[in-house]
Write a protein that binds this ligand. Structure first.
Ligand code: GLC
Length: 617
């Protein structure tokens, strides 16, 4: 099949393509044969796919092809401790894509090298789940700019050495995407892009074992659509229709859509909701082997056509299911995966003032294949989902539900807590689903009455960021957290958002905090400066690279996490409101203030030390 691709390439590109095809075409063919080999016209289909990849390869701009070569020669380029991510909604951060371009110097000031802009492609009119209901993969959302603006932005970001990451929402499309519109009009090929059932027989059978992502606002996984003649699979909101990946046309269309965006200069794809790509009766239709084969096939395509591009898995699943998304040495899958368990466990540790579940998560975090890493984060645009922690919360004979439900209550401000968040998709105080709120509000800044409380809240915010920055991952900051921005309640007045409390953590960038970021007298300035200090210290230590070894030190008290990175770096983090002591072996230098520490050290409530090994006396 390689010849079908080579045939459409200009002579100058053939040798390079032939080299990559020799390695990855057999992989791709094997994966696709596993998924679609039963189809009578499989060979013809694969030939067409290869020809389409060839056309997209030819269309790839020379500058991006040069970047591909550079990165293929250094495949671990994104594991450096100099990498730092930032995530924002376009509309909130810059107003539109041009406004984002105006903030590049701010990103550079922070040391950001990776910018995840939340969905900016044309979204469904009306409710659209913050852009996660895509109507066209080929057009920028008009409210945010034009395709030319996107091209200009990727060019400017590339010049600033910032990789643009875009969501690639591959599990579903909006019900006003051209495929959905054609399907509603009775087009058989378009209907086959979706999973439609004439009556409740199959939906009921599936529902018996499916979970629910939005049990309150979008219960069930199927939506009755008259024009489709039945029930359409819709895991998320009723207007987000799941694609039918058992249909090879879906795979081919989506692979091409991804490469067209890559050719616009998007360097990282956040593959949204990857866990749900394949459905199987009798299971929760998550993490199915075929979902992994689809991702591996996409990876092989990227390895052939655009090896400078990174794939990032968004799979909010239990820790044990996560490593599979990063593949193995012989089955390459995504380059990056969200470590949602680590994120949630950090918040659980704060609420419990103990690190047992967090340690369990770290113990359950395996070594990764080469050139793959976790994404670490404190907050994102979604809720803190507690369900991913069920196994770790049950360790040691605990009642996981009680424990996680308590954490969920804690972050609403119950349980005598300092937090000012909201429960997500659950009104039952004895159940755990998710928690929402900006980090600063969840750590108590919003409710702090005096300097002492503010100081403790600030330490908690720094502590969670310290964990994300020292864990060994690609850390991604969430817009506003660097300035300790608090909850935004305004969503309650917007009818299309009021039912979804995730909007609590989707504020508009606060320019006045930003202007005051140099004044340590404000929370914004204090947070910003301490974060910048951490980012700078991190850059200086090779031990903090994503792939450098990590060891959990078991001799720390339960309130504290002691994480060694290699032989020369140690992070001590006190998750409790009580002072905690730790006996250091040897002499250590505090990376922030240069103080020398040895013997027993006591960490104040919620304090953190980043230590580098000092020379022996
Ligand atoms: C992902 C997104 C989330 C969205 C969902 C459906 O989980 O992060 O915001 O609601 O996918 O696209």
């Amino acid at each position: 099949m390689s010849d079908r691709m080579l045939a459409v390439l200009p002579n100058a590109l053939r040798p390079q393509a032939a080299q990559r095809l020799a390695v990855y075409e057999p992989v791709l063919r094997r994966l696709l044969a596993g998924l679609y080999g039963e189809h009578a016209d499989f060979d013809a289909w694969l030939g067409e796919l290869m020809a389409s990849l060839g056309a997209l390869y030819s269309a790839r701009p020379a500058e991006l092809r040069a970047l591909d070569e550079q990165r293929a020669a250094q495949p671990d380029w994104f594991l450096s401790q100099r990498m730092l991510g930032y995530c924002a909604y376009v509309q909130n951060f810059g107003g539109d894509l041009n406004g984002v371009a105006e903030r590049i110097s701010y990103l550079q000031e922070m040391g950001v090298s990776y910018l995840h802009l939340l969905p900016f492609l044309r979204a469904r009119a009306g409710e659209n789940d913050g852009g996660f209901a895509v109507s066209s993969f080929d057009d920028v959302e008009p409210a945010l700019g034009t395709n030319a603006d996107l091209d200009a932005l990727t060019t400017q970001l590339r010049a600033a050495r910032i990789s643009l990451c875009s969501d690639f929402i591959l599990n579903h499309v909006a019900d006003d995407h051209a495929w959905a519109v054609a399907a509603k009009n009775g087009d058989a090929a378009a209907r086959a892009m979706f999973l439609t059932f004439p009556d409740r027989t199959m939906p009921d059978r599936y529902e018996a074992t499916l979970g629910q992502v939005f049990p309150q606002v979008a219960p069930g996984n199927f939506t009755h659509v008259q024009a489709m003649g039945g029930w359409v699979w819709s895991t998320f909101y009723p207007y987000q229709w799941d694609l039918n990946y058992a249909n090879p046309a879906v795979f081919a269309e989506m692979a091409a859509a991804l490469l067209r965006l890559a050719n616009r200069g998007i360097e990282v794809f956040r593959l949204d909701s990857t866990a749900f790509l394949w459905k199987r009766e009798g299971t929760n239709s998550m993490n199915q082997p075929e979902a992994h084969q689809i991702l591996q096939a996409l990876r092989a395509i990227v390895d052939i056509v655009a090896p400078g591009v990174l794939l990032k898995a968004e799979a909010i699943v239990p820790t044990r299911e996560l490593p599979a998304y990063l593949g193995s040495a012989d089955a390459r899958e995504c380059h990056i995966a969200y470590h949602s368990s680590l994120m949630a466990a950090g918040w659980l540790a704060l609420s419990e003032e103990g690190t047992s579940a967090l340690r369990e998560v770290i113990r359950n975090t395996p070594e990764l294949p080469q050139a793959a890493t976790w994404l670490s984060y404190v907050r994102c645009h979604d809720d803190i989902g507690w369900n991913v922690l069920r196994a770790e919360a049950a360790a040691g004979g605990h009642d996981a539900n009680a424990r996680l439900a308590r954490a969920a209550r804690f972050y609403t401000g119950a349980e005598n807590s300092y937090a000012a968040g909201a429960s997500f998709q659950s009104t039952d105080p004895n159940a755990a689903h998710g928690s929402n709120g900006m980090a600063a509000s969840l750590v108590g800044l919003q409710t702090a009455h005096n300097d002492e409380e503010r100081e403790l809240a600030m330490r908690r915010l720094q502590l969670l960021h310290g964990l994300a920055l020292s864990f060994g991952a690609l850390p991604v900051l969430y817009m506003g957290d660097e300035l300790a921005m608090e909850n935004d309640e305004s969503y309650l007045h917007r009818p299309q958002h009021a039912m979804d409390s995730r909007w609590l953590q989707r504020p508009v960038f606060d320019r006045s905090r930003w202007k005051g970021r140099d004044y340590a007298g404000t929370s914004a300035g204090k947070m910003y400066q301490s974060l910048i200090r951490m980012v700078r210290a991190r850059r200086l230590h090779d031990e903090l690279a994503a792939n450098a070894p990590r060891t959990l030190l078991a001799d720390a008290p339960d309130g504290m996490l002691a994480l060694a990175r290699g032989e020369r770096f140690l992070a001590l983090m006190n998750f409790s409101g009580q002072p905690q002591s730790y006996a250091l072996q040897g002499r250590w230098i505090d990376c922030m203030d240069g103080n020398i520490l040895a013997g027993a050290v006591t960490l104040a409530p919620y304090a953190m030390h980043w230590l580098e090994r000092g020379a022996a006396e």
